[in-house]
Design a protein around this ligand. Structure first.
Ligand SMILES: [Zn+2]
Ligand SMILES: [Zn+2]
Length: 640
């Protein structure tokens, strides 16, 4: 109980972040749902939770209006006087609030029944409707109909969600015996939300390969809200840059099975793929261009892989099923690896209630060499900050912050000690709850999330800085404390669009790692070894080393020697500048030509006994990327 009030207190603080009002309203709505859980259960208990519900009126289209009719049939116990039904509409992402006060306003709910009981109907919460039997009782197998978006007037229809998904849940809870305890019914009714008209192409490809190897190109047709138009059909022409053969390929696009094509590299260099797609129905061509691919003359030992390892599904406070999430990450965003990190205890139900399905869906999509799924969850504690936890294998134990044994960072660490798991701090420096930098654990905390949909957490006051910023709580402040944290970025997406490069001006977040192979073990090890960098969304290619040691390394120098900084950056767009940060300050700026920059520079600025360096890349369009640092220790330097 204490925890839930703590939630509410922290949520009130976030009200200062006006631009994030929608997000905050959602959080408030969820925290109210969380409060509901004080009296209501997510699984049937005794007679409560009886009943079955069917729905008609779906599927619906995203960002449109709908009328949905829910028919609730009572279970064997019926409903006694004082008992009732609770109907909850998702507070995410655009559904009209259900209401009973004004039939001319969106989301009006009308009740119909022919039972002998007297039933009151009221909107008691911002996202829900409550029916209470005030006189008599409802017998078993009787029916009550709720019409959401009842068309008394045109405007009484309900607005739908902005994001498509295969199974939007509408939540029903019931109290059969009238004791005030409601429990969720066994199977909630679901409605498909369809995407809008196709308006854009997303084209992604591997960032590097070698001559004689194949480069995979993903093509996806999206609507204006970045929803995947999965049933799109038409002709796609892919034109490869000069490093590849054949130069151009035309294919009839049949959806899922052909969402990617492979092109063989024939000569080294930097290339792109250009795509034209012409739909059968509209005939309006859509144009797209991929990120750059760097073709090496020879095979490379470590390969660059792109991922997004932070996002939510309908199982906590996001949109879409786990299957929707993995399909989008694999076939739309063209990610090499991903992780779904639903909240342990935030949203409609605790993660533990759905854990077997959550884990088996992750394992089903994990395909070594093709698409890696790390199993994880978000430890959602509202005093010291959120952390994502990743398991090393195919099983996942959730140490939930709502369990009094694991509700402090130290208890979480002790539970995970020597397990091979990884903990990643997120939204440092602000957001809904800033991360408490007092806490570190060198075994488990190896990297931090530097950018997500909440903004950039690099340093106080930087561009597109995280909202509700608090000084001294940023990534750079962690390094100043001596923490040896590398860098990742990931979206924290709640819209079912993991790995999407950009969405307007919003910061998103993707992570690049250099790994030997594309599988769980190799990807997780690469992150633990800080062979990673974070981007605000663009697939910027970066190599960065000092004296031949790559990003994430710790170098021990017996005596002071020359420090040779080497880097290569290939932007997705034109580069504005590249800053080399040393011990928290810019020590040198570099400017490339167009989207390319080669760096070869000797650092002759004063050194300390322990120095740290990282690169910050900025494109003309504002997109940024940050490399994991390189630490250099040299005991003979006089300065501390
Ligand atoms: Zn979070
Ligand atoms: Zn999250």
């Amino acid at each position: 109980l204490d925890g839930y009030f703590k939630n509410l207190r922290n949520i009130t603080l976030t009200l200062h972040g006006i631009p994030y009002l929608l997000c905050i309203l959602t959080y408030i709505a969820v925290s109210i749902s969380a409060c509901d859980r004080l009296k209501e259960h997510s699984v049937p208990i005794g007679k409560d939770g009886e009943g079955v519900v069917s729905v008609t009126g779906g599927p619906v289209r995203m960002s449109s209006v709908c009328t949905l009719t829910f028919e609730y049939q009572t279970g064997p116990s019926g409903i006694d006087t004082g008992g009732g039904i609770h109907f909850i509409v998702s507070p995410y992402w655009g559904w009209s609030r259900p209401q009973v006060s004004d039939p001319m306003q969106p989301g009006f709910v009308r009740m119909e029944h022919s039972t002998d009981a007297e039933i009151s109907i009221s909107s008691t919460r911002i996202d829900s409707i409550r029916l209470i039997v005030t006189r008599g009782r409802i017998e078993k197998d009787e029916r009550i109909t709720l019409i959401y978006g009842s068309l008394t007037g045109e405007s009484g229809a309900a607005l739908t969600d902005r994001f498509s998904e295969s199974a939007q849940e509408f939540i029903f809870k019931s109290d059969a015996d009238g004791d005030g305890q409601f429990a969720m019914i066994n199977e909630q009714p679901v409605v498909n939300v369809l995407p809008g008209q196709p308006t854009q192409l997303l084209v992604t490809c591997n960032s590097e390969c070698a001559v004689n190897e194949y480069c995979r190109v993903h093509v996806a047709v999206l609507d204006y809200n970045f929803n995947w138009v999965r049933d799109w059909q038409g002709t796609v022409i892919v034109t490869a840059g000069e490093s590849f053969e054949p130069i151009s390929r035309t294919t009839t696009y049949l959806g899922l099975e052909e969402s990617h094509l492979e092109f063989k590299a024939v000569q080294s260099g930097i290339s792109h793929f250009r795509v034209t797609a012409e739909g059968m129905k509209t005939g309006v061509p859509l144009l797209g261009r991929s990120n750059p691919v760097y073709v090496h003359p020879d095979k490379v030992k470590l390969r660059l892989y792109w991922g997004d390892i932070h996002g939510h599904s309908v199982l906590s406070d996001g949109t879409g099923t786990p299957e929707d999430y993995y399909l989008y990450g694999r076939d739309v965003s063209g990610l090499d690896f991903t992780a779904l990190t639903d909240h342990d205890s935030w949203g409609f139900r605790p993660l533990l209630d759905v854990l077997p399905m959550y884990v088996s869906e992750g394992n089903r999509f994990n395909e070594p060499g093709r698409f890696t799924v790390l199993l994880g969850y978000e430890w959602t504690q509202w005093t010291d900050g959120h952390r994502n936890v990743y398991a090393p294998g195919s099983t996942l134990t959730v140490y939930s912050q709502s369990d009094s044994r694991y509700n402090t960072p130290s208890e979480l660490s002790e539970a995970l000690r020597s397990s091979g798991a990884l903990i990643i701090p997120h939204h440092l420096g602000g957001g809904p709850i800033p991360f408490n930098l007092e806490y570190n654990d060198p075994e488990l905390y190896r990297v931090a999330e530097i950018a997500s949909v909440h903004g950039v957490s690099e340093t106080y006051g930087n561009d597109r800085c995280i909202y509700n910023a608090v000084p001294n709580g940023f990534y750079r402040d962690a390094l100043k404390r001596g923490y040896e944290w590398g860098i990742i970025a990931s979206s924290d997406s709640h819209d079912g669009h993991p790995g999407l490069r950009t969405q307007g001006r919003e910061v998103r977040g993707t992570v690049a790692v250099r790994a030997e192979e594309l599988n769980r073990k190799s990807i997780l090890a690469a992150i633990q070894n800080r062979q990673s960098y974070g981007s605000t969304g663009a697939r910027i290619y970066i190599e960065f080393s000092i004296n031949g040691h790559s990003m994430g390394s710790k170098i021990h120098l017996e005596r002071e020697t020359e420090r040779s900084v080497t880097a290569m950056v290939i932007g997705e767009g034109d580069l504005e500048r590249i800053s080399l940060i040393k011990n928290g300050a810019v020590v040198k700026r570099f400017y490339g030509q167009d989207n390319l920059c080669h760096i070869q520079w000797i650092d002759s600025s004063p050194h300390s006994r322990k120095d740290w360096y990282y690169l910050k890349v900025r494109q003309m369009d504002g997109e940024e990327a940050f490399t994991s640092p390189i630490w250099i220790q040299c005991p003979n330097v006089s300065r501390k």
